[in-house]
Design a protein around this ligand. Structure first.
Ligand code: ADP
Ligand code: MG
Length: 559
């Protein structure tokens, strides 16, 4: 039996497709420019493999021509063009990508970087246009053809006049009703900003005629309006350049240009990964905590590019939460342009990139800690809390990654120290890593509980952040040393003369303790003679895992 083909209702399919794939109308321009760039890549590729052709870079460009009078926007390219048959095949069948076919045909050879391969980008033009007209002349052909469609009722292909090889896409911009008026896409400034946003790193010049008022020649106060052809894109992205061609200033400028932050970056990481995963990235560790960083409003993520074209502003999947402060961009050639967010989540390539990035950030922080201590402390003051959250969250799954990046204020050094520094200078006989919890360094300094430990010559870590104690509870130990709060019942410090003294005190003042307990009733579980006090008369201590400070935090938590 002959199999019948499904007949898709093309208008509905078109609507469905366009509206589900694209969330912003403005990306139609990105799609058309990408197609134009692909078409130029193809002619370039042909020139590489065909001796009769020469490729003169200046002859290849994309031009955007807004025409307010006729309400048209033209995207013109000097690319390979389309034959009548190609028009039929590539623009007549939805979701058939000519670029994918081209890629497959030329798989064996290298030298092209074609963006399209999904076969729907072109139709995004119908989001903003009533009628789309394509005038095209293919390389090696004498006849040009015109394809025209109003979207719903099919298309026509007729011969037409066109002098040069290449393609003009002419959009009749919608303006029928109030909510379907897209006059903005005829405005110079708007077009310029869309090009900057999505297509800044297209390798060919994207040109536009712009009006400019200029000082009239030979005068010093008379102005005239001139039309000037400008190139809108900067073409070579900084991440494609070689590290040794770039200065710190270049990286800083890029950070500012991209508005990654209003501060200066503390550190940049420039990655060009080859091998299993091929991608380039420029990442930044900011210097200051963004004002909304520790709020729900803060959105983590990196810009994601597919071969120089922006596909997502903030790709959250590229960064773990504990490195959510990292800013920057990733460019990979292997991602499809019109891939949706849902698809990206499952993209294997993307997962590999994320993993790779994660370890690069970690090693960068480690070397900063080792070689640029001051910088690291600046970083830690801004984002250390996030690392501690990282240790605590996901049931401690990331503690291995993060524990060496942690720092705490030390009683001994009077500055931030790492756990490794603490442990490596523990005197013989010290069993635990001691810490004290409190609101501030000054208050902890006054805590009676710290006296005995300090007296022993042991270093104490000061926990002044709510999260500190929760984080180390998750760590449990560091290099086999357990953490111990100075206010816990058993400090693990060798008994000495004080032991006997307090035992004697205990029995001698039994009555006193008992009446104190009666007065304090349910506020305390017991009253005892302490072995740890020196100059203070009294202190509070806890039994069990939850310390007084943790109790406070837990009580303050909602729910
Ligand atoms: P994709 O770019 O993902 O292949 P599109 O819907 O954007 O899908 O384009 C469909 C096909 O139409 C392209 O693969 C290409 O073969 C052809 N095409 C589109 N625009 C042009 C152009 N400006 N010049 C030459 N061919 C083009
Ligand atoms: Mg395309």
């Amino acid at each position: 039996m002959a199999k019948k083909q499904f007949k898709a209702e093309s208008k509905r399919l078109l609507d469905l497709m366009i509206n589900s794939i694209y969330t912003q109308k403005e990306i139609f321009l990105r799609e058309l420019i990408s197609n134009a760039s692909d078409a130029i890549d193809k002619i370039y590729y042909k020139a590489l493999t065909d001796d009769r052709l020469t490729f003169n870079k200046d002859d290849y460009y994309i031009k955007i021509i807004p025409d307010k009078t006729n309400r048209t926007l033209t995207i013109s390219d000097t690319g390979i063009g389309m034959t009548e048959e190609e028009l039929e095949n590539h623009l007549g069948i939805i979701a058939k990508s000519g670029s994918l076919a081209f890629k497959q045909e030329n798989e064996a050879r290298d030298g092209h970087n074609i963006i399209g391969q999904f076969g729907v980008g072109f139709y995004s033009a119908f989001m903003v246009a009533d009628v789309v007209t394509v005038m095209t002349k293919a390389l090696g052909s004498d006849q040009a053809y015109k394809w025209e469609s109003a979207g719903s009722d099919g298309y026509t292909i007729t011969p037409c006049e066109k002098a040069t090889v290449g393609t003009d896409i002419i959009l009749k911009i919608k303006g029928n009703t109030e909510d379907e008026r897209y006059d903005e896409y005829l405005e110079e400034y708007r077009l310029r900003s869309i090009v900057k946003k999505y297509s800044d790193f297209i390798r060919y010049p994207i040109k536009m005629d712009v009006k400019r008022t200029k000082l009239k020649e030979g005068t010093d106060n008379e102005y005239e309006e001139v039309v000037e052809e400008q190139i809108l894109n900067s073409m070579v992205p900084i991440w494609r350049k070689n590290k040794n061609e770039l200065t710190d200033q270049d990286y800083e400028n890029f950070y500012i240009e991209k508005r990654y932050g209003f501060d200066k970056p503390l550190k940049h990481i420039h990655i060009s990964a080859e091998g299993n995963i091929v991608y380039r990235a420029i990442l930044y560790i900011p210097e200051k905590t963004p004002f909304d960083y520790y709020t729900k409003e803060y959105e983590k993520g990196l810009e994601l590019y597919s071969n120089g074209v922006l596909i997502m502003d903030k790709c959250a999947d590229l960064l773990p939460d504990y490195f959510s402060f990292v800013k920057g961009m990733v460019d990979s050639e292997d991602l499809s342009l019109n891939i949706s967010r849902e698809m990206l989540q499952h993209d294997r390539q993307l997962k590999l990139i994320a993993k790779n990035i994660n370890s690069k950030i970690k090693s960068q922080l480690q070397s900063m800690l080792k070689d640029e201590r001051d910088k690291y402390e600046t970083f830690y003051k801004a984002f250390g809390r996030q690392l501690k959250y990282g240790v605590y969250s996901d049931y401690g799954a990331n503690k291995e990654t993060l524990q060496d990046l942690l720092m705490f204020y030390s009683s001994k050094e009077k500055k931030l120290v790492t756990l490794d520094e603490y442990v490596s200078r523990m005197p013989e006989g010290q069993k635990y890593i001691y810490y004290a919890t409190g609101e501030s360094i000054e208050r902890i300094d006054k805590l009676p509980q710290t006296e005995l430990v300090a007296d022993k010559g042991y270093e104490i870590l000061y926990f002044t952040d709510d999260i500190d104690e929760f984080a180390i509870k998750m760590l449990m130990k560091y290099k086999d040393k357990e953490f111990k709060s100075v206010s816990s019942g058993d400090l693990g410090i060798e008994a000495d003369d004080k032991e006997k003294e307090s035992d004697a005190n205990e029995s001698e003042h039994k009555d006193l303790f008992e009446s104190m307990k009666t007065i304090l009733a349910d506020k305390v579980t017991s009253v005892k003679a302490s072995k740890r006090l020196k100059s203070h008369p009294v202190c509070l201590s806890t039994e069990g895992e939850v310390t007084i400070e943790m109790e406070k935090v837990l009580k303050a938590m909602p729910g």
